[in-house]
Design a protein around this ligand. Structure first.
Ligand SMILES: *[C@@H]1O[C@H](CO)[C@@H](O)[C@H](O)[C@H]1NC(C)=O
Ligand SMILES: *[C@@H]1O[C@H](CO)[C@@H](O)[C@H](O)[C@H]1NC(C)=O
Ligand SMILES: *[C@@H]1O[C@H](CO)[C@@H](O)[C@H](O)[C@H]1NC(C)=O
Length: 152
């Protein structure tokens, strides 16, 4: 009698443990799939890189609707960039204001998902004397293209 109830207790504990593991793994999978978003986001990680390729200092201030990526001064050969995933609606948009000292060079959409998501994963922009050239990776060797001409 004693032996049987011990065995029962063992099997009850074992099945409780199994259910517990099952529930925990379910919660974990859910959490991973959602990635902090209301829906699972499967778009790949994308990076934007801006490089000073001119002879003057370039100040850049980048933002999206929700994030201010702050102000950066690009000195000699300096790079500035960030990483993100395109949202589920493909509406991700970042724009940057460019300055040469106190001269406003204009506002350029540095990443627009509908324009760029098939064009590049590593989206490199070089700020040149005349404007901004775009390079795409991994789809290069497409030649660099002037995307935006400075205002003045
Ligand atoms: C970047 O900006 C600096 C100013 O600090 C300038 O001297 C340099 O030539 C620029 N260009 C490159 C390619 O570094
Ligand atoms: C977003 O873009 C990808 C790749 O072009 C496409 O497969 C997907 O259907 C798009 N999603 C929406 C909501 O437009
Ligand atoms: C940026 O500033 C430099 C130095 O003042 C000037 O020579 C250059 O023409 C300016 N470039 C633009 C695009 O405003």
């Amino acid at each position: 009698m004693k032996n049987i109830s011990k065995r029962n207790l063992k099997s009850i504990l074992l099945s409780m443990f199994t259910i517990f593991i099952f529930v925990v793994s379910l919660i974990c999978t859910e959490a991973l799939a959602q990635n902090g978003e209301p829906f699972p986001v499967n778009n790949p990680i994308t990076s934007v890189i801006i490089q000073n390729n001119s002879y003057f200092i370039i100040d850049v201030h980048c933002k999206s609707k929700n994030d201010d990526i702050s102000f950066h001064t690009l000195d000699k050969g300096e790079l500035f960039g960030w990483k993100f995933r395109v949202n589920i609606l493909n509406s991700t948009l970042f724009f940057c204001e460019f300055y040469n000292g106190s001269t406003n060079l204009g506002v350029f959409e540095i990443y627009r998902a509908t324009r760029d998501m098939l064009r590049c994963r590593i989206c490199t922009w070089k700020a040149e004397e005349d404007g901004i050239n775009g390079y795409s990776e991994p789809r290069d060797p497409e030649p660099e293209t002037l995307f935006f001409k400075w205002l003045n």
